[in-house]
Design a protein around this ligand. Structure first.
Ligand SMILES: Nc1ncnc2c1ncn2[C@@H]1O[C@H](COP(=O)(O)OP(=O)(O)OP(=O)(O)O)[C@@H](O)[C@H]1O
Ligand SMILES: [Mg+2]
Length: 631
């Protein structure tokens, strides 16, 4: 479809959604669709809920955030349930400013932007529809038209509780334009739009001294005072502050804690009482979600100031920590690269994973649990199974330190280092080693890293490098075998047949000749030795495997290559050990003979076709692994 066609469709859609009628019509509509009178907080909550909620391992995951925020499901659940859900039920938290606290580049702005864009979309749906008094700069809730003394009756008839008073401007308009007949007041459907300043606002403080409260609550329009005769005529006032414009929706308050405290009081009275003072008018009611964000150190200095105590109790703080899963971190980088001008660069497989391993290590706290080191913790967090640990252990690890994820290396740093490596070297292709090197070089220039942290981080670079070595070796060796999984399976089946015969003191039958054979001790040992199982321990190991197999059989589960971690490792190592010499020779000879050259080309082709390399990165990988194997 051409873009013009789409523009036209969009316009038609807007036209279709438009609704205008009298307040009397609106009340009719309300009977049919009572949800259109919901509060701003309730709308935000329903928006998130309506996008879909999934229960994964007893934890809620919201589709609403899925496209943009990765690996922070637990904090999102807390935010949605403890703040939005309670606020939607008109509980007290609604009256507090939501303050997102988290480390730099931890996704706070992303989260707020998603809520804003989400509301814009949601207000176009039936469930998220919003109606307002037409011509009101604050898109006032039409129900405010119902006089206070009739609200109890209204609630009985409609089951809806009205909060907030009619604003001075609309009070005057009802008299002047509608002769006091509220039923005739024109109501329209509105659509949230940050660009059009409807229901979505952003406030960002400037210099505290010159900060003008008018930016928040609007100001007198001096050019019209003469016309209306008085400053207290609401028509002479421009209700165009961010708080006015964000009414019914949400306002983002950037750098809130950098604001002057006098300034903050205004805001707090709004959230607390649901109204604010502007000009010489009675209090103006507003219904909006106010979200601010800050980092931990700013927050700490804010609460350590006694003067801020009262403010503090009017704020609800939600932590937005870093993601702590390697695979999710990799996705974050991919997304950021997609959105940047690096999208055309070839990034070799595993380069981002290795960077993510480093990053996550910097964010994790040293575990105190017996038998767990940082690397094991990292794997458990990422959902890998680690022998000897279960989901209970994982939960315990997570509980160990509530501050975990609030510090460490941020994703933007990694992306900056990748891009600086690319630009400096004018690369069109970048691999894991380039990335690690660039991250390492950057650490010495990074101003906010302490000396101790820098030393720790250097160790993590070394750990990430080791992880990469293992991955790289495995990758090349896999590419050398025509069908890796097949070979692994065959070898394992063979091993298991022998183990079974050994334990049951049976003989095996040769599949070709039908001859009876004793179990192949040499084969079994050659596999077991790979993971350091001694002659004395072999019997126990074999019996344990058989027990595992029968346990699987009992549950009707298939025992396969991935069912026993140590066995899998042994099989892998055995396969690779058999291959090692050929890999070593072919990858490191300077002058390969014809058959070696053929093999190398085959392997490179496989790396490119099946594993996502290009010819540069595939050659680099082979050379690197060659050097590793020759050490
Ligand atoms: N958990 C995450 N999932 C997906 N992307 C993330 C996540 N955390 C950070 N990012 C990405 O990192 C970048 C920086 O995030 P963002 O600007 O939202 O952070 P912030 O917390 O507002 O940072 P600052 O404190 O610097 O304002 C964005 O591109 C964002 O998409
Ligand atoms: Mg931000």
């Amino acid at each position: 479809m051409s873009i013009l066609k789409k523009v036209e469709q969009f316009r038609e859609e807007e036209e279709r959604l438009r609704w205008e009628g009298t307040f009397a019509d609106y009340l009719e509509l309300l009977k049919e669709k009572p949800w259109i009178a919901q509060t701003a907080h309730s709308r935000v909550y329903n928006m998130i809920k309506d996008a879909g909620v999934e229960e994964v391992n007893g934890k809620k995951e919201y589709s609403f955030f899925k496209d943009q925020l990765y690996g922070v499901e637990e904090s999102l659940e807390k935010l949605v349930e403890e703040y939005f859900h309670s606020a939607a039920k008109r509980l007290d938290v609604r009256k507090r400013i939501l303050l997102l606290m988290g480390p730099v580049s931890g996704g706070k702005s992303t989260l707020v932007t998603m809520l804003k864009r989400g509301l814009e979309q949601y207000s176009k749906t039936d469930k998220g529809a919003v109606f307002a008094i037409k011509g009101c700069p604050m898109h006032e809730d039409p129900l405010h038209l119902i006089p206070t003394h009739l609200r109890k009756d209204f609630q009985e008839e409609y089951g809806i509780k009205i909060e907030g008073n009619l604003s001075p401007l609309n009070m005057m308009r009802v008299e002047e334009e509608y002769g006091g007949r509220i039923e005739d007041v024109i109501v329209e459907r509105i659509f949230f739009s940050e660009d059009k300043r409807t229901g979505i606002g952003t406030f960002s403080p400037s210099d505290p001294k010159s900060q003008d409260i008018a930016d928040l609550t609007g100001s007198i329009d001096f050019s019209t005072i003469a016309e209306y005769g008085s400053e207290s005529d609401p028509r002479a006032y421009r209700f165009d502050g961010e708080l006015n414009k964000a009414n019914r929706g949400m306002m983002e308050f950037q750098e809130m804690l950098k604001c002057d405290e006098k300034f903050l009081w205004h805001l707090l009275s709004l959230t607390q009482e649901g109204n604010f003072k502007a000009g010489r008018f009675a209090l103006i009611s507003a219904d909006e979600l106010i979200v601010a964000h800050t980092n931990e150190s700013e927050y700490k200095s804010f609460i350590s100031n006694k003067k801020n105590e009262a403010l503090h109790s009017r704020i609800i703080v939600m932590k937005v920590p870093y993601n702590l899963k390697v695979s999710e971190e990799e996705r974050i980088y991919k997304k950021m690269i997609q959105d940047s001008d690096l999208a055309h660069v070839h990034i070799a497989p595993h380069a981002l994973k290795v960077a993510a391993i480093f990053t996550i290590l910097t964010r994790l706290k040293e575990p105190t649990k017996q038998g767990v080191d940082l690397l094991k913790k990292m794997r458990l967090y990422d959902g890998e199974s680690v022998e000897g640990f279960n989901s209970q252990d994982l939960e315990e690890l997570k509980q160990e330190d509530p501050d975990e994820g609030m510090s460490g290396i941020d994703p933007r740093y990694v992306i900056n280092r990748i891009s600086s490596a690319i630009i400096r070297k004018q690369l069109t292709s970048i691999n894991a080693l380039d990335v690690l090197r660039s991250i390492k070089e950057g650490l010495s220039e990074h101003a906010s890293i302490s000396k101790e942290d820098r030393e720790r981080y250097m160790d993590f670079i070394a750990i990430a490098r080791k992880e990469y070595d293992a991955i790289a070796k495995k990758e090349v060796q896999k590419a050398f075998v025509y069908s890796y999984d097949e070979s692994a399976k065959t070898l394992m089946d063979n091993y298991l047949d022998n183990v079974e015969a050994y334990c049951n003191k049976n003989k095996l039958r040769d599949p070709l000749t039908g001859e009876e054979m004793t179990p192949d001790e040499k084969l079994m040992r050659s596999i077991e030795e790979q993971i350091g199982i001694s002659e004395n321990a072999k019997k126990a190991f074999r019996e344990e495997i058989l027990i595992r197999i029968s346990a699987y059989a009992r549950k009707g589960k298939k025992f396969d290559y991935n069912s026993h971690e140590r066995l899998r490792e042994a099989i892998q190592k055995k396969l690779f050990a058999d291959l090692k010499d050929i890999v070593k020779i072919t990858t490191s000879t300077k002058t390969p003979d014809e058959s070696q050259l053929k093999k190398v080309n085959e392997v490179i082709a496989r790396l490119i076709d099946e594993h996502g390399y290009n010819s540069v990165s595939a050659n680099e990988l082979l050379r690197y692994v060659g050097s590793l194997l020759n050490r």
